[in-house]
Design a protein around this ligand. Structure first.
Ligand code: ADP
Ligand code: MG
Length: 317
């Protein structure tokens, strides 16, 4: 039985830019099952980070709500709110920016725990367990961020996130700022933690090939909306949304024979400005399948197969 741990319902986030309103999130419905990793992909500016931050409570939505364990977090009682702060954590792209350069790794983790109500002794125990689970020895607790490598800094950020024993982690492009050589190690670490701790994860990436190795399901975001969601294998084998197919075309295939055989969908034109979204389907200006209806009617999300949902008037076969 799958059970939803957290869910976005009709989530919108607007920013006022001069006289225009930018719709960073424009009606997102998305459920994350307990114990599963959901990949979230889309071009830069599609609203992935805004959605991730809203799901962990770092940002408030303009409209709509976030549910955690079925309860609206906006109505949370103080005791539930305190637990929510422990249960929901986020890992950012750039570990250098996420760590205070003037604090040791240990002080950073201890501060994080003490803010959430841990006693000093408990916090020290939690920090020691977390740093080792993140693949670093406890000696790293007395180091400063500039004394360790980028990969080790990201492990320290991960240690801080898991130190509160969270149920849900948003990993926002967690390997994008790292050297190619350390990316696989951090991916493996996240996968190991996900399995060992039964974590629920939203794994954000602008790169579909990164989520291919991590996630049970994948959701595709375009200009503040989810346009397709499917189990990973289904999405990679039979993408139905032309935008998903285009993102897939951008993944390099190392095998030249297979590369030659595939049909690539190359997007024409610029990504529309989220402060000036096209009418109807917001992808129509770049879509090779667009017709009149796409220019006027926003396609609703509909189910196309088991766990496969798509918002498109002309899905691929
Ligand atoms: P992604 O993570 O997919 O790149 P973001 O969630 O960071 O997308 O941003 C979505 C859109 O919202 C972008 O157009 C971005 O410029 C805009 N945006 C994000 N944060 C702010 C902010 N604080 N003020 C104004 N616009 C913002
Ligand atoms: Mg982002």
């Amino acid at each position: 039985m799958t059970e939803v741990l957290t869910e976005a319902r009709g989530l919108a986030r607007h920013y006022r830019i001069g006289r225009r309103v930018l719709h960073a999130l424009d009606g997102v419905d998305l459920a994350v099952d307990r114990g599963a990793t959901l990949g979230l992909v889309g071009e830069s500016g599609s609203g992935k980070s805004t959605l991730g931050r809203t799901l962990v409570g770092l940002q408030k939505p303009t409209l709509g709500k976030v549910l955690f364990e079925g309860k609206d977090v906006a109505d949370a009682e103080p005791s539930f709110l305190k637990r929510l702060r422990r249960e929901r954590q986020i890992i950012f792209q750039d570990p250098s920016g996420a760590l205070n350069p003037r604090m040791t790794i240990g002080a950073t983790v201890l501060e994080h725990l003490s803010v959430q109500g841990w006693s000093r002794a408990e916090a020290q125990r939690q920090a020691a367990v977390a740093i080792e689970q993140a693949g670093l020895s406890t000696a790293f607790l007395s180091r400063y961020p500039h004394e360790i490598s980028g990969g080790q800094r990201q492990r320290a950020v991960i240690a801080r996130a898991i130190s509160t024993d969270p149920a849900f982690i948003v990993a926002d492009e967690p390997v994008s700022a790292l050297d190619v050589s350390t990316r696989a190690q951090i991916m493996n670490l996240l996968r190991k933690l996900q399995m060992e701790r039964g974590l629920t994860m939203l794994f954000i990436s602008h790169d579909l090939s990164v989520v291919a190795h991590m996630c049970r399901d994948v959701a595709v975001m375009h200009l503040g909306r989810i346009v397709e969601r499917a189990p990973r294998a289904v999405l990679f084998k039979t993408p139905r949304h032309p935008y998903t197919a285009a993102l897939m075309s951008a993944i390099p295939i190392p095998d030249p024979v297979r590369e030659k055989k595939r049909t690539r969908i190359i997007l024409k034109g610029e990504t529309p400005n989220p402060a000036n979204k096209p009418s109807g389907c917001s992808f129509h200006t770049r879509c090779p399948r667009a017709t009149d209806i796409c220019r006027s009617v926003d396609p609703p999300m509909r189910e196309m197969g088991k766990g496969h949902e798509i918002a498109c008037h002309h899905p691929l076969e």
